[in-house]
Design a protein around this ligand. Structure first.
Ligand SMILES: [Zn+2]
Length: 195
């Protein structure tokens, strides 16, 4: 029914997170209805981003420059590093505007089941960042999962011999959330973390 070019395009869209075949067809159709004003600007923006994207050698963030915009921002507190799993977590924290320090993107969590060990993560760079003594606090902001908790424990152990203070983001009742819909683990953690 449709040509191979469009088939390929829909197939590429369908691989994106949150899009299946149906959403991909709708997105491609929307683009095809305005090739000059929607499709070409998207194609150009994609090509430019693909050519310019770099991984920050200091923190693992993705940006068009290395070191990234966060690492080069002199207004940020360089003594606090927030450790996250992915670049998406950096974006989320930046959107919230709640962290004025630097970041370190691990690239995942330790996971014995999927075979992810310390060497597969951006850990060595983190340990070397705390060596010069300029970092006062490491905030561990990893997933509230078994692997996330195990990774936080492991990192805390690795940082124990340094002068860095290691803290963790709190877990508990979400803002606007009702207690009776929370799972038992979240409720128990929230109660233990009361202040
Ligand atoms: Zn950076």
């Amino acid at each position: 029914m449709i040509g191979p070019e469009l088939d390929t395009l829909i197939g590429l869209f369908a691989k994106l997170p949150g899009l299946g075949q149906r959403s991909a067809r709708r997105a491609v159709l929307k683009l095809l209805q305005a090739p000059q004003t929607r499709m070409l600007p998207l194609a150009r923006a994609l090509a430019e981003a693909a050519m310019s994207v770099k991984t920050c050698a200091q923190c693992g963030n993705l940006d068009s420059q290395d070191p990234c915009g966060v690492c080069t921002d002199q207004a940020r507190d360089r003594s606090i590093i927030c450790v996250v799993e992915s670049v998406g977590d950096v974006w989320a924290l930046e959107r919230a505007g709640v962290h004025g320090g630097l970041y370190h993107v691990l690239g995942g969590t330790l996971s014995p089941l999927s075979g992810t060990g310390p060497d597969d993560l951006n850990v060595a760079a983190l340990l070397s960042r705390v060596q010069d003594g300029s970092v006062a606090e490491i905030i561990l902001a990893l997933s509230a999962t078994v692997d996330g908790a195990a990774t936080s424990h492991w990192l805390t152990d690795r940082l124990a011999g340094t002068s860095v203070r290691v803290t963790r983001v709190a877990q508990g009742v979400p803002i606007g959330g009702a207690l009776d819909v929370l799972d038992d683990g979240t409720l128990a953690t929230a109660l233990r973390a009361r202040r």
